[in-house]
Design a protein around this ligand. Structure first.
Ligand code: HEC
Ligand code: HEC
Length: 391
């Protein structure tokens, strides 16, 4: 039985249980009328539309600050050992260096931790789940998920987790500032999830050298990076089809546009049985849709800050950007030995835009030079996103 389907079922139960059943709901009023206004410190420049914000969780500063404290707090886990930050580090654009994450009880996650920068603009969440449409839904997975266990909050420990948080005077202030109502009742998982979503929604970055270049600073890119940029946006290499737009992914949504279904792509990383199979542990949206042609199809990640987020791909199976570019040049990955042996270049589900190309050694370095200009150093040093418990 496929474990990922368990995750989906557990997750669905969680939504009902957590958001419907944990109290607070109808009595809770949020201290805000700000909604999707520019008054919130979005970190989104005027020429970029604001992200979509769920009507029942408008952004505001007190919720952002509450979420920031929770994001960095290991008390928000079943055994007190793990916070969101355990797998999402600011200095790595909120990704981490492990190939695959390890949860609070030591369980190995099937996938690589994603960057959390500009995820407010995502059409869907995680590497491959067309059904996860909001941050509020996604955040239930690390908190309560059982396959795998991440923060490991469950029936047996959830009261203790809430009590620990409610007992801390710092949280008493933060909850009172964010939510009106009886203090004891506002410390519940509905508010916690909404606050975490607001914090993550507020982690935005448009301060890379490439942003400066797009905004008219013609001299900010090196000659190598500019050449790499031309290649990236060329029909020969095709990168921009899946990693285009202001967020360098085609899986982008915002408040100004209507968009069709999120695209998911097979990039030819595996072909274990000669018929396109990816390793059982993580096979893409087929785990959700059960459609044979969805084998190996994953969301194209944003390439912002990609120089900081190694290792790469849904399972962290590519160590460097150079190796990523060489894999695309070959039109997929040919694995010659081991349990995952198989020629991904011949994967029948491989996307038509991943068909391989000839490229010089210099131009490989030029593309990497361009990808490095997508790093926002202000973001990774910004005190607004840093651990508030260390202030
Ligand atoms: C055990 C490590 C771990 C912990 C703890 C963890 N995450 Fe993650 N996070 C991951 C992994 C791995 C993924 C990719 C999941 C997948 O594709 O199935 C991910 C994905 C995400 C995404 C989706 C990003 C996107 O681009 O779609 C968001 C948002 C996120 N995490 C936020 C959080 C928040 C908020 C917390 C704390 C409540 C948290 N994470 C705790 C490992 C972790
Ligand atoms: C058909 C769509 C498509 C095209 C074309 C494409 N990519 Fe990707 N890219 C993806 C998908 C999907 C993934 C994730 C695949 C996975 O994990 O299985 C990805 C992953 C990556 C990653 C890893 C990012 C991370 O955070 O792990 C990099 C870097 C990357 N692509 C760069 C490029 C470059 C450079 C080009 C052009 C040579 C390119 N891509 C062309 C869809 C595409």
């Amino acid at each position: 039985m496929n474990k990922k389907r368990h995750l989906t079922a557990a997750f669905a139960a969680c939504v009902v249980f957590t958001l419907g059943g944990c109290g607070g709901g109808s009595e809770t009023r949020y201290n805000t009328e700000v909604g999707e206004s520019r008054q919130f410190t979005w970190g989104v420049p005027e020429h970029i539309p604001l992200p979509i914000v769920p009507k029942d969780n408008p952004v505001n500063e007190p919720m952002f600050q509450l979420g920031r404290h929770l994001f960095y707090d290991t008390r928000l886990s079943g055994n007190g050992s793990q916070s969101c930050e355990s797998c999402h580090h600011q200095n790595q654009a909120f990704a981490e260096s492990l190939e695959r994450s390890i949860g609070s009880t030591g369980e190995l996650h099937p996938r690589n931790a994603q960057s959390l920068v500009n995820v407010a603009f995502n059409t869907t969440y995680t590497w491959a789940n067309p059904a996860l449409l909001t941050l509020e839904q996604q955040i239930l997975v690390p908190l309560f998920g059982e396959f795998p266990v991440e923060q490991g909050i469950n029936e047996d420990n959830k009261a203790r987790v809430l009590n620990d948080i409610a007992a801390d005077p710092i949280y008493q202030q933060l909850f009172t500032a964010a939510v009106s109502g009886d203090a004891a009742e506002t410390v519940n998982f509905e508010v916690i999830v909404k606050a975490l979503a607001t914090f993550v929604r507020g982690i935005n970055s448009f301060g890379s050298d490439t942003d400066r270049f797009e905004n008219g600073d013609a001299n900010v890119l090196s000659r190598d990076a500019e050449r790499g940029r031309e290649l990236f946006f060329s029909e020969g290499l095709e990168c921009f089809h899946c990693h285009g737009g202001y967020n360098f992914t085609n899986a982008t949504a915002d408040s100004s546009q209507l968009f069709a279904d999120t695209p998911f792509h097979n990039t030819g990383l595996y072909n274990i049985d000669g018929q396109g199979a990816y390793p059982e542990i993580s096979q893409g949206i087929i785990e959700i849709t059960s459609k044979a042609t969805d084998m190996g199809r994953f969301k194209a990640p944003s390439l912002r800050n990609v120089a900081l987020t190694a290792p790469y791909m849904h399972d962290g199976s590519i160590a460097t950007l150079e190796e990523v570019v060489r894999t695309y040049a070959a039109g997929g990955r040919n694995i010659t030995n081991g349990p995952n042996a198989g020629d991904g270049r011949a994967n029948p589900f491989r996307d038509g835009f991943v068909s391989g190309f000839d490229i010089s050694e210099d131009d490989i370095q030029n593309i990497i030079a361009f990808l490095e200009t997508l790093t926002d150093y202000q973001l990774i040093n910004n005190p607004r996103f840093a651990n508030p418990w260390e202030e």
